[in-house]
Design a protein around this ligand. Structure first.
Ligand code: NDP
Length: 320
């Protein structure tokens, strides 16, 4: 039997490309002079896809062009770049990379939280720019005594909460459902959570169901000393409302790893001194990215060896 044809629309790590090349017939779409012609020619043979957010949206139109597609292996735990419901409707399996990145993203979240509250990047710039001899760096807000609200208490949210316990701060959360066996205070809406907290950390999936979950009302509830940390997806917050809240002093500061239109970050946000901005690096260590890449390879290999997908996503029955 011939090796299955796999489509990779956008570049992935060299190790992933090499592993897939060794086992499959890999089509690197981004290297084609005429990608549309390539798709028209090989599309009917493609049985698997390896994608990351760089590949753009994978939806019903993609599936129309790939009638033999069986599996889409996503590099990342968030798969809002894929229309998973449309895939399920056609019997196409979608896989993601859970488990291997939770601790890494949680580490980064704590780093971003401390960097934002204690203004660590700003202090670094202060030294580099030669301002220290002119006087002490301005005093910062503190983590001490803060109440932290987790918007999303899933695998990563729980890893963040475990770390926060070590800091001796109060922890609360919101999700659509109260979780049995979880001792943290539960709030039944994002606004209620924000009102009860000083720091709001968003770590929910992206997509239509969570679009603008953090809006002007949530930011107002967080308050003037409040800090918003987003390690979820840019779509989770109304970015225009966030910029306005920071500009007007409705909230005190923000630490952002994700944005509405990545890699573009509004100039106004970049000019603000009370925000810390990261280029979507939650899981971006060499080790963790390698583990994520291996899971992409393992999913495709296991599927085409007839053992099923290693980490398929569960697709809800209706819109969520
Ligand atoms: P999980 O699926 O384990 O947890 C998601 C949590 O979000 C659950 O607690 C869920 O609770 C809650 N949730 C889902 N939908 C809603 C909703 N509509 N309203 C309120 N709460 C909701 O996911 P992970 O913890 O593994 O990952 C979360 C997200 O983090 C990923 O989907 C991804 O977008 C993002 N991420 C970002 C990274 C970065 O680099 N910055 C890296 C990795 C992930 P309930 O079901 O009760 O609502």
């Amino acid at each position: 039997m011939t090796d299955p044809d796999i489509l990779m629309p956008a570049p992935m790590a060299d190790a992933v490309i090499a592993a897939l090349d060794a086992r499959f017939v890999l089509h690197r779409l981004w290297e084609q002079a005429d990608p549309a012609a390539c798709l028209a020619s090989v599309g009917p043979r493609i049985r698997g896809m390896a994608v990351s957010t760089l590949a753009g949206r994978v939806d019903a139109a993609s599936f129309d062009a790939l009638p033999a597609l069986e599996i889409v292996a996503n590099f990342g735990v968030g798969y809002d770049n894929i229309d998973a419901a449309a895939a399920a409707a056609r019997g196409i399996v979608v896989t993601n990379t859970p488990g291997v990145l939770d601790e890494e993203v949680a580490d980064l979240t704590i780093g971003l939280l401390l960097a934002t509250l204690r203004r660590i990047p700003q202090a670094d710039r202060y030294v580099r720019d030669g301002h220290w001899p002119d006087g002490s760096f301005p005093l910062s807000p503190t983590l001490r005594g803060r109440r932290i609200g987790l918007l999303g208490l899933g695998a990563i949210g729980k890893a963040v909460a475990r770390r926060l316990e070590g800091f001796g701060v109060a922890i609360a959360y919101h999700g659509r459902t109260r979780q049995a066996g979880v001792a943290y205070d539960y709030h039944d809406s994002p606004v209620a959570l924000a009102a009860a907290c000083d720091v709001l950390i968003a770590i929910v999936p992206g997509g239509a169901a969570t679009r603008h979950l953090v809006d002007a009302a949530v930011l107002a509830a967080l308050g003037a000393e409040g800090v918003f940390i987003n390690v979820a997806r840019g779509s989770v917050v109304d970015q225009a409302a966030l910029v306005a809240a920071l500009r007007d002093g409705t909230i005190g500061g923000a630490g952002l790893d994700v944005f509405e239109d990545e890699p573009h970050v509004p100039e106004e946000l970049r000019a603000m001194s009370q925000v810390v901005l990261l280029p979507h690096i939650g899981s971006a260590s060499r080790d963790t990215r390698a583990a994520m890449g291996q899971l992409v390879v393992d999913n495709l290999t296991s599927w085409f060896d007839g053992h099923g997908a290693v980490s398929p996503v569960s697709v809800p029955a209706g819109p969520r």
